[in-house]
Design a protein around this ligand. Structure first.
Ligand code: 0XW
Ligand code: MG
Length: 381
């Protein structure tokens, strides 16, 4: 084999993190978004970080935990990163996984805080190597990606109307939020109205966000069995989700309870993972989510690659991983930044005809609007 050195490619190998900046930015939903158990996305704080280097390159990260949704909260990110200061400042950010191993050794857990950090390190690596993240993550496998639309849990007729409106714009996959108000019959009606609105064919799935008893979820599943629907995360334990599956025979997607290797394997063993939501902040960023993606590829689950909530940084990070994933296994992605205002990178990709194209410039490939951020709430240097 002949190795040829290309002098056009120079990769900086001695780079150091010099500082970290952090902002809390309120994101307001275009329409308030209701889920079971009183969980709401109305105005939710996202956390944006900038990791500065002595190479003149800045890496951007974001994490936006929805209150009461997962064991994560926005104001927990800054203290976790402050604790990590000794391993971050002066460290080599290139490659991400090597520094994240030191980060994990210094502070176990706190995956949602680490998610923003890991995304920023990938952004630096991409910018310094001149490559979009989908290249570093394995290479682009798709020109664009299918989006679902998440329909807030309101009156059944209104949910049908929303479904029809977004279908007219090209959406073919519909997540129907269940359990926010009304009884189990109202949830059957919600699924029925959305199915009636979109016709047969499109994917329709009802998501309780862990908020149903197995009894209610089974009654809804049986009531909606003729509608060709999938159920998402009905109950708060894997055992109860498995019980819903065995009583309804409906396909099932997991979300909140699928958050690490062990839970993915358990869910697969129970047969309740026809599909799974791979969210960056559940797993701790792109490095861990890439490994989860590989495992799900092997286990045969269809993947929704996204994050809990957020704006353009979280959206772009997920799009890069999804673009580098076998398209036959990508169920869908989410244009989180399309549900909220302000946009943190106003020129970043947006929904078009029900699909979205990943950014194509190096790193995350998006340009942050510093006016939206204002002065940082924390600086580590
Ligand atoms: C996390 N959410 C509330 C926002 C995304 O749109 C999807 C949804 C979920 O729980 O699946
Ligand atoms: Mg969900």
């Amino acid at each position: 084999m002949m190795l040829v050195h290309n002098p056009a490619i120079t990769i900086r190998s001695e780079v150091q993190v010099t500082a970290l900046r952090l902002w809390h930015v309120p994101l307001t939903s275009h329409t308030a978004y209701y889920m079971a158990e009183g969980k709401t996305c109305d105005t939710v704080e996202t956390v944006v970080i900038a990791v500065e280097t002595d190479a003149g390159v800045t890496g951007w990260g974001e994490v936006c935990p929805i209150p009461q949704y997962l064991p994560a909260y926005a104001r927990g990110v800054a203290p976790a990163l402050l604790e990590l200061r000794p391993v971050l400042i002066g460290a080599d950010p290139l490659g991400s996984e090597s520094l994240m191993a030191k980060v994990d050794a210094h502070l176990p857990g706190h995956l949602y805080a680490k998610s923003a950090l890991d995304i920023a390190l990938w952004d630096i690596t991409g910018k310094l190597t001149g490559m979009p993240l989908y290249v570093l993550l394995g290479g682009r496998r798709a020109a664009d990606l299918p989006l679902y639309h998440s329909i807030t849990c309101v009156e059944p007729d209104e949910m049908g109307r929303i479904a029809r409106a977004v279908q007219a714009e090209g959406i073919t996959q519909f997540q129907v939020k269940l359990g926010a108000c009304g009884d189990w019959q109202t949830d059957v009606e919600r699924l029925a109205k959305v199915r009636e609105a979109v016709g047969s064919g499109p994917l329709v799935y009802g998501d309780w966000n862990c908020g149903a008893t197995s009894l209610d979820a089974i009654r809804v599943g049986r009531g909606a069995a003729h509608l060709d629907v999938m159920l998402e995360q009905p109950c708060a334990t894997l055992a109860d989700c498995a019980r819903v599956l065995s009583a309804t025979g409906l396909p099932m997607k997991l979300d909140e309870l699928a958050h690490d290797t062990a839970s993915l394997l358990d869910a697969h063993r129970l047969g309740i993972m026809d599909a799974v939501a791979l969210k960056l902040s559940k797993f701790g960023g792109l490095s861990n989510l890439r490994r989860a993606r590989d495992l799900c590829q092997y286990l045969g689950a269809k993947m929704c690659i996204e994050d809990t909530w957020g704006s353009d940084i979280a959206t772009a990070a997920a799009l890069h991983l999804a673009a580098a994933t076998d398209p036959a296994r990508v169920l869908n992605v989410c244009d989180l930044s399309g549900y909220v205002t302000p946009r943190i990178a106003p020129e970043a990709p947006a929904r078009k005809a029900g699909r979205i194209v990943p950014p194509e410039a190096p790193g995350l490939g998006i340009t942050i609007d510093s006016d939206v951020l204002g002065e940082p709430d924390m600086i580590l240097d």
